[in-house]
Design a protein around this ligand. Sequence first.
Ligand code: SME
Length: 164
Amino acid sequence: MSSGLYIESNLTENEKYKVILEQLSYILLKEDNPLSSLANLTALLKQTFDKISWVGFYLYDSKRLYLGPFQGKLACTNIELGKGVCGKSAANKISIIVPNVNEFPGHIACDPESKSEIVIPVLIGEELFGVLDIDSSSLNSFTETDKKYLESVCKYLSDKILKK
Ligand code: SME
């Protein structure tokens, strides 16, 4: 990406996601190193949505998930498949919305201020690449709208940027 993207703060969440999706082809470039695209995507989401306290990728190395590009406070570096929200999303290849992290059995509390969370798996074809993990310091921050658009963002990422 060569120039910035400014998204008006008075737009609805739906509108913000639509702008993001429309602009992805200008922000994520195939000729860039994929790590740079992941990093910019975390920045774009963090600067667009005030409700996000932490956003980042955990990447899969065939053994476990390890911390990738993120925006926010220091975080856990390794997560086993099946553990926590990220590990469960990765193991089952499904998106998970957690309205209240204290009610999710096995939730891993990297940041004690995190109250709700959404995790989207990133797949290349059928293969697990990693997960997109987003936290909020308020309860009930994420809805089916977030899930729908974030899944589209991750699909764009895998189809256009990560796929060989
Ligand atoms: N809460 C996550 C761990 C990662 S942090 O939120 C950054 C989980 O339960 O998998």
